[in-house]
Design a protein around this ligand. Structure first.
Ligand code: ADP
Length: 274
């Protein structure tokens, strides 16, 4: 197995999920460095189908990198990632592990949806076109089917009435709800939310969190939620992971993490939110 040079030989794994159904996502001994900077240090993590996992921790602790690796926006320095048992960054050729080709990456990545801090809508397209675009071009669905799917998703995020306007005519909260619809329309099995409300004015945060909560309550999709909204993490997550300096320091159900944090680092981190 690939391990980091400074592998502490300690993996904090998810006991509760080890013996459960096959994980939808697995990080195996993942390390990521930028030059000399080790950003992730031997991360082991299983996410079960439908599980909602919140990532909390100080800025720079490696949370976004976890998401970016899964989105294939970054490549791990060592270790492997699996999605539904399929290797993401590697593929097996005649029993040998080789670097994945574009086609393989594309296929496995198709299960993952992501919503970023900044919504990145296409400014020259209407809201409906924004949501229809990927089903048409990536999934190759017909115009009718793409439109059907898109409208259903816009209804889900409460924006069907805005489908003919352009992004510039929407508030930040509405734009982010469109971005959520645009990710959902691809029917991913895992959704990543990377601080989806941190670029919003405070009064717009609630509507976006509400939409995410509703989607979470439907239960089918696994979710990885990177957030500084502790009340939201407490409400939505099945499990909370506390990251610090590239490691998972502590993890558990929200009640445990927020009411009975064990490590001093987590206690210090949480005290900032009180
Ligand atoms: P978080 O999401 O917890 O704030 P990140 O995963 O964004 O943490 O970042 C972890 C560390 O990696 C930070 O120190 C950040 O500066 C560094 N980092 C992230 N991306 C790059 C990059 N492309 N090049 C160099 N350093 C990076």
């Amino acid at each position: 197995k690939l391990i980091c040079k400074d592998d502490p030989n300690k993996t904090i794994d998810s006991e509760a999920h080890k013996n459960a159904v096959r994980p939808i996502v697995t990080y195996n001994n993942i390390c990521k460095s930028y030059g000399d900077l080790q950003v992730l240090k031997n991360i082991n993590l299983d996410i079960s189908p439908g599980e909602k996992v919140a990532l909390i921790g100080p800025s720079g602790s490696g949370k976004t990198t976890i998401a970016r690796l899964l989105m294939t926006l970054e490549e791990p320095t060592s270790g492997t990632i699996e999605v539904e048992g399929e290797l993401l960054w590697h593929q097996k050729v005649k029993d040998k592990l080789v670097k994945a080709n574009e086609k393989h990456l594309h296929q496995v990545r198709g299960n993952i949806g992501m919503v970023f801090q900044h919504f990145n809508l296409f400014p020259h397209m209407t809201i409906l076109r924004n949501v229809m675009e990927a089903p048409r071009t990536v999934l190759g669905l017909s115009k009718e089917e793409s439109k059907d799917r898109a409208i259903k998703m816009l209804e889900k995020v409460g924006l069907a009435s805005k489908m003919d306007v352009y992004p510039a005519q929407l508030s930040g909260g509405q734009k982010q709800r469109v971005a959520i619809a645009r990710a959902l329309v691809m029917r991913p099995k895992v959704m990543l939310f990377d601080e989806p409300t941190s670029a919003l004015d405070p009064e717009l945060v609630g509507e976006v969190l509400e939409v995410i909560k509703e989607i979470a309550a439907e239960g089918e999709m696994a979710m990885l939620l990177i957030t500084h909204e502790m009340d939201f993490a407490r409400d939505v997550a099945d499990r909370v992971l506390f990251f610090d300096q590239g490691r998972i320091i502590e993890q558990g159900p929200p009640k445990k993490i927020f009411n009975n944090p064990e490590s001093e680092r987590l206690q210090t981190f949480l005290s900032r939110f009180n």
